[in-house]
Design a protein around this ligand. Structure first.
Ligand SMILES: [Zn+2]
Length: 155
């Protein structure tokens, strides 16, 4: 695995352990060339998913990209990193078990919103506001007020 800091290909695994309730192996790696340390995850990939954008453009599903968008939505929210990883793994498993390799980006967005709504309302609103691309502040306020009754169950 190439070192992300200096590009050296010859890095060492210092530690391997199960993560995310045994759906992944977490490896701590060390680069002897620059002394950099980084972490990799090994996961089962049931199928190679392709994301189909609304423009019709297709691109390989990228878990890291999904994770980045969710991480941004959850920024400074009181959610354990483990919980976030579990949520992301759950989303990927759902996508993989849909029986299709081609998945419209819209479907992914909706599954992410559904998952976020279950763990953090603020993160959900953040993600949804970007995802649905609310242009007018009025729309956003309306969206938030519509959201409130559902958020009242304390989750
Ligand atoms: Zn390095």
């Amino acid at each position: 695995m190439r070192c992300p800091f200096c590009g050296n290909v010859d890095t060492q695994v210092k530690d391997s352990r199960p993560a995310e309730d045994h759906v992944a192996i977490r490896r701590r790696r060390f680069c002897p060339a620059c002394g950099g340390r980084f972490t990799t995850y090994e996961r089962v990939q049931l199928r190679d998913l392709v994301v189909v954008k609304s423009s019709g453009r297709r691109e390989d599903f990228d878990r890291d990209k999904l994770e980045r968008s969710i991480r941004i939505a959850l920024q400074k929210r009181p959610i354990e990193p483990e919980r976030m990883d579990q949520m992301i793994s759950g989303i990927v498993r759902r996508l993989e078990s849909m029986g299709e390799t081609d998945i419209p980006s819209k479907v992914i967005g909706e599954i992410v919103m559904e998952s976020l709504a279950r763990i953090d309302t603020v993160a959900y609103v953040r993600f949804a506001s970007v995802y649905k691309n609310f242009q007018a502040a009025d729309d956003f306020d309306k969206f938030v007020s519509e959201l409130r009754p559902n958020a009242a169950d304390g989750r």
